[in-house]
Design a protein around this ligand. Structure first.
Ligand code: FES
Length: 158
């Protein structure tokens, strides 16, 4: 049987921020390329700061725990500051928001957290475009292919 950390179980049993946001500034949906599980993300962003984040997911325990943690951690963050640093640093920082909280993730489940990061980048890219930050919007979109490396991590360890 798959051993999940206590933090994963807690967030799966009692996920935070499960719902939609009406007229969100940012919104996206992703199908995990490895397993097809779906996650939708909604962002309320005011003055460049993430005020609220909600999600809906048809996914496994780790996906739900990942979105739960991420939506908690992203609140209060200034969007432009999330893009400081190299591409690798930005993606790693976003993945770490989730993984530093969840404890050890079984190798077979390492493809689950990156989907939340992907849907965030898609959602925030849409917001940035709307507010005239085409530069940062393009940057957010350009980071999405970087996530493919994270989806593959489980394969390496199997
Ligand atoms: Fe599909 Fe976790 S996201 S198994």
């Amino acid at each position: 049987m798959l051993e999940l950390s206590e933090r994963i179980k807690e967030h799966f049993r009692n996920p935070q921020n499960v719902s939609e946001i009406e007229n969100p500034e940012g919104m996206g949906a992703v199908n995990n390329p490895v397993c097809g599980d779906t996650t939708k993300l909604y962002l309320r962003i005011k003055n460049g700061v993430v005020e609220d984040a909600k999600f809906l997911s048809f996914g496994c325990a780790v996906t739900i725990a990942s979105a739960s943690v991420f939506t908690e951690k992203i609140k209060g963050k200034e969007v432009s500051k999330l893009f400081l640093g190299t591409d690798d640093e930005v993606v790693q920082r976003l993945v770490s928001l989730i993984e530093s909280e969840l404890g050890e993730i079984p190798p077979i489940k390492l493809h689950c957290p990156p989907a939340t990061v992907q849907v965030f980048l898609e959602s925030v890219a849409g917001y940035l475009e709307k507010v005239g930050r085409a530069d940062l919007s393009s940057r957010a979109k350009s980071l999405i292919p970087k996530i493919s490396e994270y989806y593959k991590r489980g394969e390496e360890k199997e």
